[in-house]
Every structure is written in structure tokens, then in C-alpha cells.
Design a protein around this ligand. Sequence first.
Ligand code: FE2
Ligand code: FE2
Length: 329
Amino acid sequence: MEIIPLACESLGTRSFSHLVITDDTKILFDPSVSLAPRRFRLNPHPLEIAASWISRKTILKAVSLSEIVIQTHYHADHFTLPEFRIYEFTNKNVFEETYSEEKIIYAKDPENNINYNQKRRAKYLWRNKKRKLFKAEGNIFQIGNTKIKFSEAVSHNIDERLGFVFETIVDDGKRKYLYTSDVSGPVSEKATDFILNEEPDILVLDGPTYYHPRVSKREKEIAFQNLNIIKDSIKKIYIDHHFLRKKNWKEKLEKEVGVKFPAFSQIIGLEPIILEAMRKELFKETEVQEEFYSLLEQGLINTDFFLKILKENKIANYWKKINEKIEKY
Ligand SMILES: [Fe+2]
Ligand SMILES: [Fe+2]
């Protein structure tokens, strides 16, 4: 089994997109990428936008080789929307390519355990009856020796009005991999119990949303308590996504949990580059022309600009490495 992150906070964007490749099949998880439109009262920095651009290209490359797509919920950092979104490099064609009729798609139930906003977005996917779509929650699918098992719906946050996701197991008979998606810690007992009962060899989780000012102190406490329970029973844990939206994430982890879990990028040996959390610093370091955003909106920022800024910041080689890994298959 090979696990290849494609886009995530440790690769400079908001995403949790990755490939899991076994001898039997190629599975693409949550094929989307986004950026926080405002953080620290600032727009995304051009370097973040470049990271999003190259991440989208990389995800599309992964789309072309994957047989299965797993869609854990319908937030834009996981779900590609069929509309033009300036920081996400999407449009109707990108959407159709990502969720093409040839793929088998295991997706979040669009009717049950879902909030209004996500239900509306889910329709984009489910309204095309030619798609090979299956509701994931609670189901098990077998492809050769590879078993894909989905948890029941688990809460995204402590407040269930914010929606639900599911957790996924990929077991190829040699290794058992568990991806939590957005379980915010995990904060719910159900999401925690699923992890503890499954005892995966490798766990990739999003961690508590401690960066978020509107998440209550109680929610953060519960999430860290659960993380402390999990840490003792699983050997390999990678943390990313929500947890890496604040620059002190390593210190916070050490303080609350007493261990240093690697970030998801480190599963392929790449040191995390957190850009959103460093937005203020990025704007201080590099001057951004006032007209940049209007040029971007008009489609006048070209490929050369993105490649140049990635190279100048010495991170273009990150996607080179990821693309080389994908190209092997
Ligand atoms: Fe989410
Ligand atoms: Fe997310």
C-alpha cells in the first residue's frame, strides 16, 4: 500500500486530498483544494494561490489514474464545486473531470445526516444518474484483496448542525489504513470509538480545531482528551488539516498530547510548509501589487507566475516529488 498526499495544510493549502494505492486498486480521497478567503484580515497570499493552482493540477493528474473516488462530505476543501472559484481553480469542466462517469464514487449520503448547505451541494453530484455512485456510510466494499470499510456518519464538530462525515478504512491484507476526514479531534465519541475498535496500522487525522475562535473551550478540551486516548493505542499517527492552521501547532501538540505526530506531508518525506498560518509573515516578506487580485480574477495571472513564485520560495520541488510518485502508476 502506498499513501500519497496531494494537497493539505502541510502542503500550503486547505485540503485533505490523497491517493491510496494497493495491488488491487487506486483510491482518490476528497479531490479538492481551497484557501481561506480571509485570514488575519488578509486575502490569500500569491504563494498560497500558487500552491492551490499546482495542487489542483496534481489532483487532476491523480484523478486520471484513480478508479475509485471517496467523497467524505461536501465542504469546498474536500469537494470540487461545478462553478468558477477564484482560489480553487474550478469550473464545470473540472468538476465533470473529477467526478467522471467512469469512476466508482463512494460518497456521503446526500439525504441523511447532512446540513442544508451540504445537501444543496451534494445535489451537483447525485443528480447525474449515470454516475456510479454509492452511499458510503456503514458499508463495506471488496476489490480483490482490498477491503474498503466506512464508518457510520460521525459528527464534523461537537455541534451536529455543522454536518457529518464518515471515516474510511483501507485494508489490503498487509496494512490497515484509517482516514478520519473532518472529525475535529476527533471530538465525538462515535468517531473516537471507530478508531479504537479498528486499531489501524496507520492513522491520518485532522486534529482539534483549536485555531478557530468560534469553537468552544469545551469542544477543544474534549477533542484533546480523545486524542490522548487514541495516541496510546495506534503506532503511526499523522496529523494535518485543521490542526495545522496555526503556526504553533507543534508546540500545542506537545503541550496537550505530549508527542510529536508528523504532518501528513512527512509520510513522503516532505517537511511541512504551512502557508495560511504564516499569511501575515508572507505579506511582510513579499510585496504584493495592488492589481494582483483583479488580474487574477480576469485570468491574467499565468502559469509562469505561479511556477516562478513556487521556485523562488523553494517549494516547486514538493509537487515535482509528488508528481513523480503519481507517474509511477
Ligand atoms: Fe469539513
Ligand atoms: Fe476540511
